[in-house]
Design a protein around this ligand. Structure first.
Ligand code: 6PG
Length: 469
């Protein structure tokens, strides 16, 4: 029930993401109250929220809960892991049957399933919602990937649709499926994010070391690419990053940033679960491995002195740019194709009943992997509802075929010059394998049968066979 003295929406966790999200809610005319244990965060929200709709903040949990209209709609934006369980435990005794909890963090999907079952036993509904777009997205419009209790989603829908990013007027949010569907889709989103970031980094190194491009030129190249089919958030910010001056020293900031990439785990989970499902996502796998490789900084520096680099040769800037653009587009498509393939298998395995057209539609704005090509991807899945794999879509056969030769040339330049481009290489090998009717796995089967009597199938008759080799 909503009265003049109550708030329609509650948010726990007033870090930058939480604060921005609740400001966005209030700005859209939905009265909202934030809660955080830390008084300075409560104060920050009060200050930032002054003059923005009806918004309040408190560090008293009783006040927070008792001033929310029922059924309560409470979103948690706290770090994934144990903290989510702690907050749930603190809240539960204060909630009533029918209240709705939303976890907006990057929780592992199995945690979401466990929490949903637990909360259901207490009469509380649970929605696991992936939220993408970083701090700015939370404030101005994120892409939201909710799943879980379908029966109460209509209560949340107006809030999410009001705050979400819009693509040609359409909000980038949709109920995706039961249980942990929302968190699962967000996890794969992040796996794709890892792949795209690694690929962009590889192009940077090739352009800089084999093309001799300096930061200014790199910024221009990525800026130009962002005007065409590569238009995407990640390409756009890459162009901006190369222009950023160092404020602590002279020169460009990019040259002072330590080359060790950290991670919170969502990319790794995508890879791990891809293995569990038996779905190949090699571009994502190698992107995770390369973050681990980057952490071996001291050993890399030592080994750098121990081995000779090949006597490569510089390639003309314009020529290199013209092969890197289609190569990067090709590899981005491979990364989306792998992630979406994983989603289609997870949909069956976990009963999510995912709609890949809808998912690619809500990724078109607000989130980190937003890109122009997602509009074409969603159309492919929309037009062919039974489409099992993006590479089987007629439109993408044409798009990909145009770019494969350039991907091969870009890799040749990399190999000749000793530049690591493992994500591009994995993307190309994925493509070559997926488009090869007969792979050498007949030999693997023969070997398995040779040393372990594991048996093999034949191409010309049914059944299982064993040979005394
Ligand atoms: C997003 C991002 C966000 C977060 C990443 C960073 O969609 O807004 O994915 O969720 O910035 O999870 O992940 P790593 O720290 O693992 O790189």
């Amino acid at each position: 029930m909503h009265t003049e003295n109550t708030y329609e929406f509650g948010l726990i966790g007033l870090g930058v993401m939480g604060r921005n999200f609740i400001l966005n809610v209030a700005e859209n005319g939905i009265s909202a109250q934030g809660y955080d244990l830390m008084p300075e965060k409560v104060e920050a929200l009060r200050e930032e929220g002054a003059g923005i709709g009806r918004i309040a903040a408190t560090s008293d949990l009783n006040t927070f809960v008792s001033t929310l209209s029922t059924p309560r709609k409470i979103m948690l934006l706290v770090p994934a892991g144990k903290i989510v369980d702690q907050v749930i435990e603190e809240l539960l005794p204060k909630l009533e049957t029918g209240d709705i909890l939303i976890d907006g963090g990057n929780s592992h999907f199995r945690d979401t399933d466990r929490r949903e079952a637990y909360l259901q036993s207490k009469g509380v509904f649970f929605i696991g919602a992936g939220v993408s777009g970083g701090a700015e997205g939370a404030r101005k419009g994120p892409s939201i990937m909710p799943g879980g209790a379908a029966e109460v989603y209509p209560e949340i829908q107006p809030v999410f649709e009001a705050v979400a990013a819009r693509y040609k007027g359409k909000p980038c949010v949709a109920y995706l499926g039961p249980g942990s569907a929302g968190n699962y889709v967000k996890m794969v989103h992040n796996g794709i994010e890892y792949g795209m970031m690694q690929l962009t980094g590889e192009c940077y190194q090739l352009l800089a070391q084999v093309g001799g491009l300096k930061n200014g030129a790199l910024s221009e190249v990525f800026g130009r690419w962002n005007q065409g089919r590569l238009e995407s958030f990640l390409v756009e910010i890459t162009s901006v990053i190369f222009r950023q001056k160092d404020t602590l020293d002279t020169g460009a900031l990019i040259d002072k940033i330590l080359d060790k990439a950290r991670q919170k785990g969502t990319g790794k989970w995508t890879s791990q679960n891809g293995m569990d499902l038996g779905i190949p996502v090699p571009t994502i796998d190698i992107a995770v491995s390369m973050r681990a490789m980057s952490a071996l900084k001291a050993d890399r520096e030592t080994a750098d002195q121990l081995y000779e680099k090949p006597q490569g040769s510089l390639v003309d800037e314009a020529e290199l740019e013209s092969v890197c653009e289609p190569a990067l587009y090709f590899a981005f498509v491979m990364t989306y194709a792998q992630g979406l393939h994983q989603l289609s298998e997870a949909s069956v395995e976990y009963g999510y009943d995912l709609n890949l057209a809808t998912i690619s539609e809500i990724w078109r704005a607000g989130c980190i992997i937003r890109a122009r090509v997602l509009d074409d991807i969603s159309s492919a899945f929309r037009e062919e509802p039974g489409l099992r794999h993006l590479l089987l879509s007629e439109d993408f056969v044409r798009r990909v075929s145009q770019c494969v030769p350039a991907a091969r040339i870009a890799l040749q330049h990399a190999i000749r010059n000793g530049i690591p481009m493992p994500a591009l290489s994995a993307s190309l090998s994925y493509f070559d394998a997926f488009t090869t009717g007969r792979l050498p796995m007949n030999l693997i089967q023969a070997q398995r049968d040779y040393f372990g009597s594991h048996t093999y199938e034949r191409t010309d008759r049914e059944g299982s066979f064993h040979t005394e080799w």
